[in-house]
Design a binder for this molecule. Sequence first.
Ligand SMILES: *Cc1c(COP(=O)(O)O)cnc(C)c1O
Length: 385
Amino acid sequence: MKKIQMVDLKGQYKNIKQQVDSSIMDVIETTAFINGPEVHEFQKELEEYLNVKHVIPCANGTDALQIAMMGLGLKPEDEVITADFTFAATVEVIALLGLTPVLVDVDPVTFNIDVEAVKRAITPKTKAIVPVHLFGLASDMDAIMAIAREHDLYVIEDNAQGIGADYISADGSKQKTGTIGHVAATSFFPSKNLGCYGDGGAIFTNDDELAHTIRGIVNHGMYVRYHHDVVGVNSRLDSIQAAVLRAKLPHLDEYNNARKKTATKYSEAFKDIPEIVTPQNCEACKSDKYEDCNCHVFHQYTLRFKNTDRDALVKYLTDKDIPCGVYYPIPLHLQKAYRDERYKEEDFVVTNQLVKEVLSLPMHTELDDEQINYIAKSVIEFIKG
Ligand SMILES: *Cc1c(COP(=O)(O)O)cnc(C)c1O
């Protein structure tokens, strides 16, 4: 059996090596390292794939979140609501801009922001909601957009883990995550579903005016060369990374399908184990029609373990050369940097429970059946003792 990796970037590279190598060499030959044609072409191709009016590439996903908030003109003391159970980048940029982060609990089934908790957290100072499409599953955008309309709030989608995922509204219409709110941020960190070979990110919006504002912000606040109209930043996607992303974008659906196929096999193996709660997976995903269904793109395949010593399981799997990860081990409201006396433990019941129960299994585009079976068998072995 091939050695199991949490993420197998090398195996994936081997299949697209020729395209990637020649694209990188072309950039080097032309020396258009910054804002070269590859960046512009990638931007257009991603706009088309997502069906969104504007993609603004930038240096990484954290910058993308920050720039989106700067573009919306959020001001110190404005309150921004986001999920307690996510990667820290989201809350970090809110705090960095002097805005007030308001963390709320998540839903125990989807792991995404709890819309009832969002409603309870709204005050006259609330200006925006940041739903995170955690692990590749869309947040409840119908409900979030309805709350935003009612209270006149901005919605900034953190789509770093959700690229390629579809959100299906109650009326049956289908949109890509990251194209529903006022603005969205994504990351092309190597291990993300669409990853480059270094850092990269992008902002998406359908709002022409906001797109114009953001294009200036990423470039030192310049709209006309050497005229600085607003305080900006320097945040660029470099041409070599854009070339890698152009080579990978045509494979994104195929990559996401490979992830879903793996998730379906894992979930099938665990379905009769009462201690294991498998991730939400719709009927279409579970059937052989999953090729048509992109409701979950499985950036992570994350299980909840009931009545199980999760940390002993981690050790058991590690000893068997099966990598695994706890995403995330500490709720953001308990992190030293983000503690706030307004937070009460009873408002974070789900997150406090999830951090003890979750475990993510290896998930990437190159897992084969032998590996998947070995991983599933080992997990079940541990549970059954
Ligand atoms: C990866 C990630 C980010 C940050 O992206 P970087 O490119 O690493 O800066 C932000 N939010 C979430 C949910 C992420 O998973």
